[in-house]
Each structure stands twice: as C-alpha cells, then as structure tokens.
Design a protein around this ligand. Structure first.
Ligand code: ADP
Ligand code: MG
Length: 224
C-alpha cells in the first residue's frame, strides 16, 4: 500500500498508510478501537476502495482492475476471517465450507470433498454435519477458517479472529493460524490482545488512522 487514505465524510479512517507485506509473512495489526484497523484490512483485502493511494496485490494495481477482475483476484488470492464467524444458521459445517467456493465453478461433489479435507485439517473431521448452534465459538471460528482457506489462498486476513472467544479457544485458533503460516500462507491478524500480538513475528501499530510503528521498519523511516 502506498499513500493509502480512506475518509468517511469528515472522518479520516485511514491516513497516508505505507505498508508492504511480503509473501509468507505473519503479522499483527494492533491499535485502539476505532483506530482504522478494519478499514486497513478491508482495503488490503479489496473489500473497500481507498479514497486516495495505491494498493498492489501480487503486482496488480487494484484500482486498475475492473470489478470482475477484482472479484476473480480476490477469490483466488484472499481468504477472510471475521470476529463474528459469519456462518449462516441451519447450514452444516460441510456445506458452509463448500459454499466458500461457490463461485469457483467447481461441482458440488468436488467442493464437498475439498471441504471435508479442509475441515479435517482444522481438526473438525467429527463435526461435518453440525450446524452453527451445535458448535462452540472456537469450533465455529475453525469452520470459518476452513471456509477461508478452502481454495488455498496465499493470503489470509483475519479481523479480530479471537475477539469473541474464551482464551482457550482463542489459543486453538491462533495455533491454527500459525500452522497455516508455517505451511506457506501469508497471515495478517488484527488483534486487541497484546500477548497474541507479541507472539507474532511482526507488529504494525495504528492509531487515529495512522500507522504509528511497524516492527519491520526502522523507526525513523515510518512516515507520519
Ligand atoms: P477499528 O477496526 O480499528 O475499530 P475501523 O476501521 O472500523 O476501526 O474504523 C475507523 C474509523 O472509521 C472509526 O471512526 C469508524 O467510526 C469509521 N468508519 C469505519 N467504517 C465506516 C463506515 N462504513 N462509515 C462511516 N464511518 C466508518
Ligand atoms: Mg475493527
């Protein structure tokens, strides 16, 4: 990201953000509530367009892509995980995950096969046919992670993935994110939890819409 800003009316949610993330990194984005973390992540994930500045993903300048090209890039490249799981009521885990590739054009049979494999990967091989109300918070988040990584996207963006979990479930979810990182996925985690942030190789701090510090960048070169 270069010179990226986002305004909502008078509110500068993000101002002049400079951020480079390399393939295979894992980092935390931390900052107080309302500081612009989700805005940063949503722009990074092409869910929101910046008011100014440039976002490049794997060499593609996002603002030069058509909506269709952008959707294709997003589907092939980025998995999303949210604090509130985003699982539809009444849908068994296997289908919730298989639906994550609904737009891939792959047949349901193959999507279900992949979904089963991915649910096993996140330790939920015994919960394939359970609906969200039959799962614990930690299990729901693992279903959401399985859905996010079904197509093996190189980039996983997680917005406070442990924010709604007790600390034990949070630990299990973080272990899973570390495993995905170890297997080659680039992982960006927004977190309020200092221990989680400290456990990640890189920490980007944001305050009032500005990147305050970035442990990967020597202090004097951080733009203010
Ligand atoms: P965080 O994730 O760090 O809590 P956000 O990125 O959600 O912060 O929000 C940053 C600022 O932008 C806040 O002041 C918030 O109220 C504002 N904001 C975020 N999204 C919108 C929106 N869709 N419309 C108007 N204001 C928004
Ligand atoms: Mg947020």
């Amino acid at each position: 990201m270069s010179g990226v800003s986002k305004s909502y009316g008078d509110v500068a949610a993000l101002a002049d953000a400079e951020l480079a993330i390399r393939h295979g990194e894992m980092l935390a984005i931390v900052g107080p509530s309302g500081s612009g973390k989700s805005t940063l992540l949503n722009i990074m994930g092409t869910l929101a367009r910046p008011t100014a500045g440039t976002v490049r993903i794997g060499g593609h300048a996002v603002d030069e892509l058509s909506d269709r090209e952008l959707s294709a890039l997003r589907a092939a490249t980025i998995g999303f995980v949210f604090q509130s799981f985003h699982l539809a009521a009444g849908v068994p885990a296997l289908d919730a995950v298989a639906d994550g590739m609904l737009y891939s054009g792959r047949p349901l049979r193959e999507r279900r096969r992949l979904a089963r494999r991915t649910l096993r990967r996140v330790g939920l091989g015994h919960r394939l046919f359970n609906e969200p109300h039959q799962l614990s918070g930690g299990e729901k988040q693992r279903v959401a992670i399985a859905r996010a990584v079904l197509g093996d996207p190189p980039l996983l963006l997680a917005d406070e993935p442990t924010g709604a979990l007790d600390s034990r479930s949070g630990t299990v979810v973080m272990e899973l994110l570390h495993e995905l990182h170890a297997a080659g996925t680039t992982v960006v985690v927004i977190t309020h939890d200092r221990d989680i942030a400290a456990s990640l190789p890189r920490e980007v701090r944001i305050k009032d819409g500005r990147i305050e510090s970035d442990s990967a960048v020597p202090e004097r070169t951080v733009l203010r």
